[in-house]
Design a protein around this ligand. Structure first.
Ligand code: AMP
Length: 110
């Protein structure tokens, strides 16, 4: 399948891995929007949140928690974003959650 994130999961394209378990992978965004900008994704290909089952959603949120703690974001807080489809400006069609933090983020959401 011609999917950039599937190629990263397969190790065909390099990434800076932050955390990995059986079902999920977390790596640093190549174009960070904050001092900490990590992408959390399921290893199984699915286009976006609309395709996620409960087990996948749970595994992703556990990895978000792990990344937040590991990256030192737990005390001061962080933001979680998952762009979905055209209006959400999703550019890579493999479900991923952005974890952003390490500075005071702006109040703008859209
Ligand atoms: P989205 O626009 O929500 O689909 O997010 C896709 C994200 O993937 C963007 O923030 C990109 O900077 C990031 N990205 C694209 N290619 C790579 C790559 N090879 N390694 C890490 N992050 C990437």
């Amino acid at each position: 399948m011609d999917c950039l994130f599937c190629k990263i999961i397969a190790g065909e394209i390099p990434s800076t891995k932050v955390y990995e378990d059986e079902h999920t992978l977390a790596f640093r965004d190549i174009n960070p929007q904050a001092p900490v900008h990590v992408l959390v994704l399921p290893k199984k290909h699915m286009a976006n949140l609309l395709e996620a089952d409960g087990e996948t959603a749970g595994a992703l949120l556990r990895t978000v928690q792990q990344v937040a703690k590991q990256e030192g974001l737990a005390q001061d807080g962080f933001r979680v974003v998952s762009n979905c489809g055209k209006n959400g400006c999703q550019s890579v069609e493999h479900l991923h959650i952005h974890v952003l933090g390490g500075k005071q983020l702006t109040g703008e959401m859209g």
